[in-house]
Structure formats: structure tokens, C-alpha cells
Write a new protein. Sequence first.
Length: 133
Amino acid sequence: MRFLYILFIFSIAALLLGCNNASSVLSKAREAGIPSLRKDLEKLATSNESASHDIPQASWPASVRRMKPIAVEHHNEGLLLVYKKSERNQEGLLVMLDVNKDPGSGGSGVSYESLRDGLFWCREKIRTPQMKR
């Protein structure tokens, strides 16, 4: 009986940690300074190094590297810092370059959770390989 109780506690803890990814990433963004992070991402989005959908890690500014995403991609009118990726799904912090912009309601296979001004947690299904711009 005690084993089942311990297993139950560990299961709940694992579930909470998995759901807490957006809040931990938001904490990292606050530590980095959200206005300076957005400014760095604006520069990155318009640089020659970010001409493709996937932005090479060598081009990431220090503020982005400190946040430790696994990838950075163009997404809508912002940049997506990817933290979780599988063959068919990915999740990450969408930073809209204009704080007043909204990514919309999502649609088929994508959802956005508003975290604060111009920051959204994005969950999306990957349908096909991304095409270069």
C-alpha cells in the first residue's frame, strides 16, 4: 500500500513538472529582461543570419543562449524559442516582435496560451518539413 502511495506522489509531481514548463521559461525570460530579450530578437529577425526558417545557433544573441532553447524559428510575426520537440509536435515561447500583436486563435494543430504582453506559450503539430523563406 505504501508503494502505491509513493508511486502516486511521484506521478503527480511528474505531471506538475511537465505542465510547469511555460512558467519556468517565463521566469527565465524575466531574469533575462523581457524588453532586452525582445530587442535582441528584433535584431535577430532582421539580420542576414536569420534568412531561413530555422535560425542557426551561432547567430543567437547571448540573451537567447542563456534561455537554453533547443531551436529558434520564425513564427507568425515573432520568433519561437523551442523547448520541446518530437517528430510530430513542438512547444515553446513565442515572442511577438510587436508587443501589441497577437498570434491569433491558432487553428488546426496549433494553440497559444497568453503568458503576458506579447509572450505566448505555443503548442503545435508539425505537419511537413518547414520550407526555407
